[in-house]
Design a binder for this molecule. Sequence first.
Ligand code: SF4
Length: 812
Amino acid sequence: MDQKENTITHRLGISRRNFIKLALGGAIGVTLSPLPWKLMDDTAIFTQNLPWVPVPETGEFTYANTLCTLCPGGCGIKVRKVDERAVKIEGRTDFPVNPGGLCPQGMGGLQILYNEQVRFTGPMKRTGERGAGAFQSISWDEAMKTLAERISGLRGNIKSLAAIDGNMKGSTMSVMIERLLNALGTGNYIRIQSSQDTDDTAAYLMTGTQGTVTCDLENSDYILSFGSGLLEGWGAPGRVINAWGLWRSGDMKNKVKVVQVEPRASNTASKADKWVPAKPGTEAALALSICHVLISEGLYDAGFMERYGYGFSDFKSPDGIGHKGFKTLVLEKYSPEKAAEITGIDAIEIRDIARGFAKAKAPVAICGRGKGSQYGSLYESMAVLSLNAMAGQINRKGGIFIHDTLPFSALPEIKGDAKETLLGAGGVYPFSNGLLDNLSASILKEKASPIDTMLVFSANPAFTTPDGGDLRKALSSIPFIVSFSPYRDETAMMADLILPDHAYLEKIDDIVWPRGLQYPLYGVSTPVVKPLYDTKNSGDAILELAKLIGGRVKDAFPWSGYEEVLKARANGICEAWKGASAFEGESFPWESMQESDIASSDYNSFDDMWKRIKKNGLWYRPVYPSRDNIFRTASSGFEFYSTTIESAIKGTDPRALGIKASGDEICMPHFEDTSDKDSPAFPLRMYPYEMINLASGWSPDPPYINKTLFDDQLIKDLSYVEINPDTAKEYGIKQGDSIFIESSGGKVQALVNLFEGAMPGIVFMPLGFGHRAYDDFLKGKGANPNDIIIGARDPLSGHAVWWDTPVRLIKA
Ligand code: SF4
């Protein structure tokens, strides 16, 4: 047993059997491992039994390059074809995000493309009961006319129209959907939020920059991860897994330290140099106690503080009022001993982590639990950003980069009336953006739904929303739901009208900056096969709809096709920034990042640039963000004391937002205890976790994924929950027992897997099981933790605290 294994197994006495299983699970994400070859071999046999998989004709191979858009990771892919039939997907070695690698979903994408059981084959209208999945095919003419008439009929009450959008932040589809609603006069636009939104908001509150937060992982030598599932699909998974490979090989081997804070021995925790099992929800206290050590031992970047640190020391604001600074707050409240009581992590260990972080040449602290696909805690993200600032690692090599967003051209202004909003941007919460929770609450409190028509794009909120099923209930009462999904997902099954988008390999679309990548990258995926069915790019569907509605809406969409809109926006990149539109595979962008702008672009006009982007899939700019003009706060500094929060909460009662802190602390990163909802009836906590080989968002898993699941993750139709053996013993529960996990919002059934790597007192449930829709490989398999999540609201943002639901166990 080597030293690392010993460290982890020693921590919670993990058995060798479980440790080996964890290590093997970690390898699944990397296509360079021999395991996927075995899987692909198994899969070839497995898929021969699927009725919808024809045996491809023999013939010459051709290859087509494009991007995978199954997640916001933006991997470059090469699709092998025989005639028109795609037969294999490989990672592109001439693409810098994921040099040659792919995740399991990306590898199996053809099983989604060619799977008639999960796809809609054309426009449809509902014929049976809502949710029963009975649809009748209709023509596109009829479908578009039905929707245009429905929307036109809402004139006078246009605020009863709303849209849910699961596309990437800043993507052209997102811009089009919001524009459609604006042109119609309603502000009920709801984009599904991720931890990128949390980080971007935290950065805005502390730096004043409304930009894109990224991390320079490849150049870092100490990665302090507050729950980020680096091997579970966090950020841009192809990029992060490649970075992990770099840390563990070549020049970087033994020079990079990964410290994983997480309550469960995930693959990331198991393969990290140090695993720190802090109690879930206490990560901010841990980050601030590390700041405490840096301050008390003089290990912070004093130059950064002197030059940029507003509110670091006690200060007087311009109105003459004295304020407590961050330093005083942290020294008073977050000593390692006090943090040990909150987090469960020993004070000696906290000091050890702090010293390691300070000693590293290029440390970085990151957060966003699991895959980062759900909104996180805003104060926690601020605490982690403060830790990076303490080390002077804001816009410095190996640290956190806060970039300006890509300089897209603005689309022409829409003239006309003000928007009518029914749902409110965030209710009482000052830093939220179209809360899904507000939607459910606004609908469920009324006898009849105030929303008449709901449009749903690239999202499956009926499955993915962590709210105990409230959104599903709310959707049930909306008179008319329109789904643009290519998939028979849970939300589409509730729809009245289906206007199916192309599948990802059949369409042109853009990828706006793969999540967390340290340099700006704009990607364009192009079709590699002709559409198999009677589907339509949703961008084109919006353009046609606007024409049918007419008037101001038609005027707002003057383009002849979706690609014209992509070009109209991308033109701004060409005008504002120099960049490269091909990657030759020699020097990776993270190796050649420049302090000042690059000398010249590799294209000579926008038309040339667009042609090259379509051919190569990308435009990028390997340039560090400036350190001098990012602090656009009122104080022109990095605000440990956020004047933006101060202005936003002026005149409001912090308690109405759920803030327990008082005074100056409210405007600074601090620990908010959201866990004080203990009830003797629900003595345990449920924590959902994510796996690299199980999709937990909108896109379905390819069927072969079932082959990658262990027999203590899913057996027939029941998935497993992980419970520490001591906790199980306390409740008289044994390995393999069938139990109900019950919260105040409902209950789900699962089997028990006793796992020494599970923190006592917590029931760990995998996300991605428990579908009510899609195909036979997904439907009815396992339990969905989202069905029982009843959480508090995150202060300031109001998003669901989804990692901390009180539950009890009942034997089935
Ligand atoms: S990580 Fe995301 S973009 Fe990359 S192959 Fe997987 S699903 Fe596709």
